[in-house]
Design a protein around this ligand. Sequence first.
Ligand code: NAD
Length: 252
Amino acid sequence: MNGIQDGVAIVSGASSGIGRATAKRFATEGAQVVVADIDAEGGEETVSQIESDGGDAAFVEADVTDEADVETVVETAVETYGGLDFAFNNAGIEGATASTDEQPMDNWNRVIDINLEGVFLGLREQIPTMLEHGGGAIVSTASVAGLLGFPNLSPYVASKHGVIGLTKTAAVEFSGEGIRVNAVCPGVINTPMVARTKEEDPETMEATMAATPIGRLGEPEEIASAVVWLCSDDASFVTGESLVVDGGFSVQ
Ligand code: NAD
């Protein structure tokens, strides 16, 4: 895609699912990729898949809730590949399900820390480095749960609404300085996260799929296409947007 080739990308949560598919897509388009995740085995596997397709990637074991780790990821991009053009803040967890009145505090804190504070720490670290290197584009993973309410998922829903708010704010602050900031809102995507949810609550998952007009789960590669497009020059006037990629789930 236009403008991706020879760029440097960071992808968090890149050991699995949407993150892995997006890291691979950046590499296929000719970017050098820093693969960041707490899961070292999965991260090394992503790198090896990229390398066997002829791409270039490096793994950093990093927890998105740890300021020093987030700094190391950005430093790795600069030291290994000479800059930072694109960042995909994608690491996230679904958390445990419970109604709002019965939410355990530790579940609330964990989901908010990873899904919301993790994105904030990423933006805070990536923006100054992009400013030093002539600008860039950032995408963070929200969800249709950033737009709608879902029962028993209050921390997840709150965290994803928060990602959309952070995205709008950073876009207002930095679009004039050459950094476009967007979010992507996936519907139900065929990843290990959804496989876990399916196992725990098959009925809700069946109902969710039935409510998707396109009639199937999305594939991680379909989110990767949207993310890499948002980072490309083809999206040069798109900023502050939360792009819904959900097979029509949220329109009815
Ligand atoms: P996944 O479980 O397959 O992948 C998530 C990755 O994040 C894993 O590799 C995991 O190790 C990593 N991770 C978790 N906590 C981390 C931390 N503290 N630091 C660094 N890495 C961490 O899930 P996925 O479906 O690919 O989800 C990716 C993103 O997409 C998440 O933000 C999720 O909320 C969002 N999302 C997924 C769906 C879906 O249907 N799959 C829908 C909407 C939004």
